[in-house]
Design a protein around this ligand. Structure first.
Ligand SMILES: [Fe+2]
Ligand SMILES: [Fe+2]
Length: 394
């Protein structure tokens, strides 16, 4: 333990939390090397990590400054997007009647575990001197599942507003048709995730994770429509697909598995929409603008890779028993996190390649972060929701 760590450990709890949060904000500032990207995210980092706008227990109003782009021609201008719109209409489902809500979820039955115990880092905790008894292991695993589903829910709420915004600002009429279906999809996702937490997980709703909030805040405020697309439709939806897929292949609880299957099929279309829009748009912008987007995507990818460390769980369970640095290490090296990260980047990197922001200039940075192994895979325009599900089962 360093001198600094010792000092932090000895501080009163409230003060210690504040210091660690400021250190997180500083850590992001140090990590993001591109000054333009840093400037565009600084306000959101302050609101999420230091002011904790997401944890005040009150509704938050996030101001937006994008343009609603009117099209008075109404003629089809992107047939592939129109086709996606038709497919979205045909594949609508009902959050109430398409799922069997009568299924009882028993947290103590390992055969129908919401999250199997092997996936929570009990070993990593034991290596750090924290041994949980059987009852605590069950409670901790159940809480971990609630934490995960709560973050899915908060992300879905962000996706609902972002999809409404991109529907306004997208530049093709066929894109607007498609966008309207994504809005209803995201509304339904909010409905079903909340209902699951409320009725099957004892209503244990966790607050929105700080780092997730930073990303949502930054995207909803950004006035540039293509940055919203890049951030929401490619990066955050990619993140969500990785997380949902991981949970889908892990869970043994049939209601959740069925729900995630439906949700994954919707999300596959959302990413498809994003890559269609950006492939065409990025081919038309200047090289300087393209590079700016390439840098931005790289920095956000790294933030997503390193920062979802479940601090809400740490504060609830172990804040008095181990340092946060040790907790971060345990989570970072857990099976769940490494599988999740792998699934996310397996989908994300081919998409960045397809839309034209994975030029040789940036590839060496991705390679240094160990992410180039995912290049050359299938992108979202080549993968349906069924392909994704089958791929997970394989
Ligand atoms: Fe969604
Ligand atoms: Fe989505």
């Amino acid at each position: 333990m360093t001198m600094m760590e010792k000092m932090i450990e000895g501080m009163p709890l409230g003060f210690r939390r504040q210091l660690l949060n400021s250190r997180d904000a500083f850590d992001i500032a140090r990590r993001v090397r591109n000054p333009k990207v840093l400037t565009s995210m600084a306000g959101s980092v302050g609101r999420g990590l230091i002011l904790k706008s997401n944890k005040q227990g009150e509704p938050v109003d996030v101001p937006a400054a994008h343009s609603a782009h009117f099209d008075f021609e109404y003629r089809s201008d992107y047939p592939e997007m129109y086709e996606l719109y038709r497919r979205a209409l045909e594949n609508q489902w009902n959050g109430d009647t398409s799922l069997d809500w009568s299924i009882d979820v028993d947290p103590e039955n390992p055969n129908t575990a919401v999250l199997p115990m092997e996936l929570v880092p009990l070993e990593g905790l034991a290596e750090n001197g924290i041994k949980l008894n059987r009852k605590e292991q069950i409670d901790f695993t159940y809480s971990f599942a609630s934490w995960l589903l709560s973050q899915f829910l908060h992300g879905e709420q962000g996706a609902l507003y972002a999809s409404a915004q991109v529907t306004e600002s997208v530049h093709w009429i066929d894109g607007k048709f498609y966008g309207s279906t994504q809005v209803i999809d995201e509304g339904r996702h909010v409905e079903v995730f909340f209902r699951y937490i409320e009725t099957k997980l004892g209503g244990k709703l966790y607050q929105c994770n700080d780092n997730l909030y930073v990303i949502l805040d930054a995207l909803l405020r950004d006035s540039r429509w293509d940055m919203k697309f890049l951030g929401m439709q490619i990066m955050v939806e990619g993140l969500a697909l990785g997380a949902f897929s991981q949970m889908y292949s892990a869970t043994r609880e049939p209601l959740l598995a069925n729900m995630l299957k439906y949700v994954i099929q919707d999300e596959a279309r959302h990413v498809h929409y994003g890559v269609l829009a950006l492939k065409r748009h990025f081919a038309e912008i200047s090289e300087k603008e393209r590079q700016e987007r390439e840098d931005w995507a790289f920095e956000v990818a790294l933030l997503m890779k390193n920062r979802f460390l479940a601090h809400e769980m740490y504060e609830e369970w172990f804040e008095h028993r181990m340092s946060r640095r040790k907790w971060d290490h345990v989570i970072h090296n857990s099976a769940f996190m490494s599988n999740f990260s792998k699934l996310m980047f397996k989908r994300l990197i081919p998409n960045l390649e397809y839309i034209g922001i994975l030029s040789p200039r940036i590839q060496k940075h991705y390679a240094a972060a160990g992410l180039m192994e995912f290049a050359g895979g299938k992108n979202a325009s080549q993968l349906s929701g069924d392909d994704l599900i089958n791929d997970l089962a394989a």
